[in-house]
Ligand binder design. Structure first.
Ligand SMILES: [Zn+2]
Ligand SMILES: [Zn+2]
Ligand SMILES: [Zn+2]
Length: 390
């Protein structure tokens, strides 16, 4: 797809933004992009959410997925022809048995990073297993990223030739990497003093897993912090689901029968009771070079989607966009977006280091600076996401 967006300075204080080069109607695809690097979350993977190691596309059929999530092993879904997943194409790495949705994903992963990362996942003494387990001890669900995404980037660098290494560094340098916004005097929530000990432990473990001379400088205290900040500040969450995709396909049938509709409702009720609908998806995060330029608005004009049920990001217009308009997305989840201005700004400050001055925040500027009771619960939740001490 031709790119009809352009990146340029969006104002004296905001840095770059992404702008439309043509008119988009509501529902139009504004941007279509594959990530620089992508990685499934650690708890998500260990809890049985099976996804392609490279592209995060589901490795369960819709029926298997619905059976596992609902806890009903005998569940049978009609319309198997609408199942997006074809197990015949699955491949496993001959070295470590990690699974891919296709030969092309396996080959691409090997070419880019997996030759370096391929290891026995059951060897407790392997540095990458130690790193992964140590990360799980400090970062609990709801997950925001997996330390193994940093290992992937390090492996990409180690495997690349001199020219590609330079290119990778140039690309990484385009992402926000400051742990602190000096202009505004805001420090990132997980990059401050509070988590110093845990972050340093991650740095030491990565240094022991990647010892090549060429990459040694990555593990100095300041370089490591910049690299960590790239993921903490820029990683975009991804969710894929074979049952969700099957259900969408059913919805597009010209006349879906009543039994199927009722079955879908019943499956959702069972999932809600057992795992909660918020834990339906295979989840991970990724870095997108183009989308990283999109600024936030609490009233965005585009929506981030993963329409092909893998790591390919689509920005879809949620209202008409004119040539020259800035393309803005929401960095907040849908439920965070519905909260008070004060609550939204707290999350944006602590995780993205800026003070939001979008039209919605301006219109609500007379609102009192208080968090509601519900918001305080949420605050406690995300403090638990990175555990103090060690
Ligand atoms: Zn794949
Ligand atoms: Zn392998
Ligand atoms: Zn705002």
């Amino acid at each position: 797809m031709e790119d009809f967006t352009e990146e340029r300075q969006s104002g004296p204080r905001k840095g770059n933004g992404l702008f439309a080069r043509k008119k988009f109607e509501k529902g139009d695809v504004v941007l279509h992009e594959k990530p620089l690097v992508c990685c499934q979350f650690a708890y998500n993977e260990d809890c049985g959410y099976r996804a392609c190691e490279y592209c995060l596309s589901p490795l369960e059929t819709a029926q298997e997925n619905a059976q596992r999530l609902s806890g009903i092993p005998a569940l049978a879904l009609p319309h198997p022809e609408l199942d997006p997943v074809n197990p015949k194409n699955f491949q496993s790495c001959p070295g470590c048995a990690v699974m891919y949705c296709s030969v092309s994903c396996m080959d691409e992963a090997a070419r880019r990073y997996h030759r370096t990362l391929c290891h026995n996942p059951h060897d407790p003494a392997h540095p990458l297993n130690i790193l992964r387990n140590a990360w799980k001890e400090i970062h609990f669900p709801p997950e925001s990223f997996n330390i193994m995404i940093m290992a992937k980037v390090a492996a990409m660098y180690q495997q690349a030739d001199a020219k590609d290494r330079e290119e990778l560094l140039r690309t990484l340098n385009r992402f926000e990497s400051d742990a602190v916004n000096a202009d505004e005097g805001i420090a990132h929530k997980v990059l401050g003093e509070q988590f110093k000990v845990q972050l340093d432990a991650m740095r030491v473990l990565l240094a022991s897993a990647f010892k090549d001379e060429a990459i040694k400088s990555w593990w100095s205290a300041s370089n490591f912090l910049s690299l960590f900040a790239i993921f903490a500040r820029n990683a975009q969450g991804i969710g894929t689901s074979s049952f969700g995709m099957w259900q969408k396909n059913v919805n597009h049938l010209p006349n879906a029968d009543k039994e199927t509709t009722e079955l879908i409702t019943a499956v959702y009720v069972a999932i809600e009771d057992r795992t909660g609908e918020e834990f339906m998806d295979n989840e991970g995060s990724a870095l997108f070079v183009r989308q990283r330029a999109c600024n936030h608005s609490c009233q965005p004009n585009t929506q981030v989607n993963f329409l092909s049920n893998d790591f390919t990001l689509t920005l879809t217009a949620t209202q008409p966009i004119n040539p020259g308009d800035e393309i803005v997305i929401s960095y907040l989840s849908e439920c965070q977006l519905e909260r008070s201005r004060h609550s939204r700004q707290k999350v944006l400050r602590e995780h993205y280091l800026f003070h939001c001055t979008c039209p919605k925040c301006q219109a609500e500027s007379s609102q009192a600076d208080v968090t509601s009771g519900e918001d305080e619960w949420e605050d406690e939740d995300d403090e638990e996401a990175m555990e103090e001490g060690g």
